[in-house]
Design a protein around this ligand. Sequence first.
Ligand SMILES: Cc1ncc(COP(=O)(O)O)c(C=O)c1O
Length: 374
Amino acid sequence: MGVPAARIVFDENDRATVAEAVSEMLATGALTLGPWTERFEQSFAAEHGATHAVAVASGTAALEIVLRGLDVRDRDVVVPAVTFYATAGAILHAGGRPVFADVDPATLALGPDTLEAALTPDTAAVVLVHIGGLITPEVDALRAICDARGIPLVEDAAHAHGSSYLGRAAGTFGTAGAFSFYPTKVTTSGEGGMILTESAELRDEARIHRDQGKGSFTTNHHVRLGASWRMSEPNAAIGTVHLRRLKEFVETRRRVAQRYDAALGALDGLTPVLEPAGSRGNYYKYVALLPPGTDRAAFKRAVAEEYDVRLSGEVYDLPLHLQPVLAPYRREALPIAEDVCARQICLPVHSDMTEDETELVIEAVSAVHRRSTG
Ligand SMILES: Cc1ncc(COP(=O)(O)O)c(C=O)c1O
């Protein structure tokens, strides 16, 4: 049977709806900044209880636009070392300087202490990343630290479609939230990104930035250093159709995660990152830490070769401060980030995962783990 690392789920009905929408837009020629983009923005905002949404070309563009809107040029931006390269890339492209912070091992996110340690007199913004779709229960404490200093908190919610903490959705905890619709994300538009914000001013800035910095759609007066960051209408139609399945997808993913929690709980030394009280994640990733010293590559290879179970990509295997291209911004060792990046594995979670697949993953991981520690 085997279990792939990722599976993108569009059923026949959803594929037909997208095909019909694309056929219509090809007939009308409304291929960018049209009705599907608006529909996607409205439904994504409603799904997350947010006031404004601006659809853009990618999650990276969403982050860069927010940071440009906040104007971080020549100033420091705090970013957890445990995140995807794009979080730091967006800071640099917006003209800011990334300051890498360590993380809380319980959530893989910034903690109050690690944030405080990374703040400088010139911090222009703080980016909180919801790794694997888990929102840290410290989110209000982090916001309070930022508020006390007048520093905007930005959420990199690329992983966190539909995740919540105490009933509040990802993307609504700070000044703005940036989402990605890259194909492996919990919902996808093919490529794409979304900005959520309560600020009408930031929404307007985002709309200007995404369309080459033009002051308005119909003029050629460029008032900001924007770029070609629009979302195309076909992408918006795919995203809108997929979003309708978000709740069901998250339910399925959570059921898989609960089964993994129970099974891994019975294994000595393999430590899942468990959901803290009040946090309701979408399980974009299910992360567990191998015992120190385990050869991760050999572990993954054994699971794949013996059981045809492919573990999904880590989040992440190398922290930002150790990424070669970010070396100029490296300041110090960040021991927790280094440890959790070196030891984590991600068990596959699919939005239509079957019980048989879930049990096969458990069998594979348990057997290889027992052998490698036995
Ligand atoms: C944490 C994080 N931030 C930002 C991005 C960038 O999103 P995109 O690939 O849509 O540009 C991604 C994902 O791909 C991500 O995982």
